[in-house]
Design a protein around this ligand. Structure first.
Ligand code: NAD
Length: 274
């Protein structure tokens, strides 16, 4: 393939130019941060997730205008396997074959295991674990055929260690780490990498909701939940940022990430070093 001078310059300064990425759960929080990082590096991006349609459209337009990339939006509900297949087909039709899949959508519920609502267990397993399986299954044949693919699964420190009251979340995230390793082994010689990122606490709406829930459940103030419950596990005592997770994802998706596969990369301020 011969590149023009401007294509060569774009490829050097924005290494994901020409790539098509899907980031699930990217209307908010970490997913939005990742979508921004990939767009900044030149990738066309399919956004996904729930939210106010006008706000989502504004996010899509801003991303496209700011970084000069194509951006599309799929409203697929990732608890529904058939909607995941539709999202992958939509991405292909709108932007081209999918080079980068970031499985990020996730939900949380906190309760003791004996009181954990079965419907919440089923929903968390569906969104946090099974959706990654369905999306990977749908994109992989085309990635293998084209000899290139990058799959990044946003797991959690809770994919490596547990905390009380988070049985479904911890089970799902441990499952994501296992799925990551299996996919990495199956695709190791196909030009495809599959990795998990395991953040500790990152400041996002999901964490803000958890703080409110825990404050109610334990009769604590928001500040007490932050300092005495959440950040006690995180030795550096700071929330990670969505930009930090986005930058690591972009690295994994670029050419220097080619040999990193099957890894569970922690971004947890030393939490799992205990
Ligand atoms: P968030 O609540 O801010 O964002 C979650 C995103 O997922 C939103 O876009 C939401 O619309 C989408 N979503 C939820 N259910 C969906 C469904 N059924 N179908 C499609 N989209 C759906 O949460 P966040 O903190 O940004 O978390 C993102 C991911 O990072 C999750 O997998 C979470 O488990 C993981 N994580 C977060 C933290 C943290 O501290 N925030 C730490 C470790 C791991």
């Amino acid at each position: 393939m011969t590149l023009t001078a401007s294509e060569t310059a774009a490829a050097l300064t924005r290494p994901l130019t020409g790539r098509v990425a899907i980031v699930t759960g990217s209307t908010s929080g970490i997913g939005l941060g990742i979508a921004e990082s990939l767009a900044e590096q030149g990738a066309a991006v399919v956004l996904n997730g729930f939210g106010d349609p006008a706000q989502i459209e504004q996010t899509r337009e801003t991303l496209s205008a700011l970084y000069g990339v194509e951006a599309a939006y799929s409203p697929a509900d990732l608890s529904m396997p058939e909607q995941i297949a539709e999202m992958i087909a939509f991405a292909h039709d709108a932007l081209g074959p999918v080079d980068i899949l970031v499985n990020n959508a996730g939900i949380q519920h906190v309760a003791p295991v004996a009181e954990f609502p079965t419907a919440k267990w089923d929903a968390i397993l569906a969104v946090n674990l099974s959706s990654a399986f369905h999306a990977i299954k749908a994109v992989l044949p085309s990635m293998v055929e084209r000899g290139f693919g990058r799959i990044v699964n946003i797991a959690s420190a809770h994919g490596l260690v547990a905390s009380p009251f988070k049985s479904a979340y911890v089970a799902a995230k441990h499952g994501v780490v296992g799925l990551t390793k299996t996919v990495a082994l199956e695709t190791a010689r196909a030009g495809v990498t599959c990795n998990a990122i395991c953040p500790g606490y990152v400041w996002t709406p999901l964490v803000e909701r958890q703080i409110a829930d825990q404050a109610r459940a334990h009769g604590m103030t928001h500040e007490q939940v932050v300092t005495d419950v959440l950040l006690t596990a995180q030795p550096n005592r700071r929330f990670a940022t969505v930009e930090e997770i986005g930058a690591l994802t972009a690295f994994l998706c670029g050419r220097h990430g080619a040999s990193v596969t099957g890894a569970a990369l922690t971004v947890d301020g030393g939490w799992t070093a205990h």
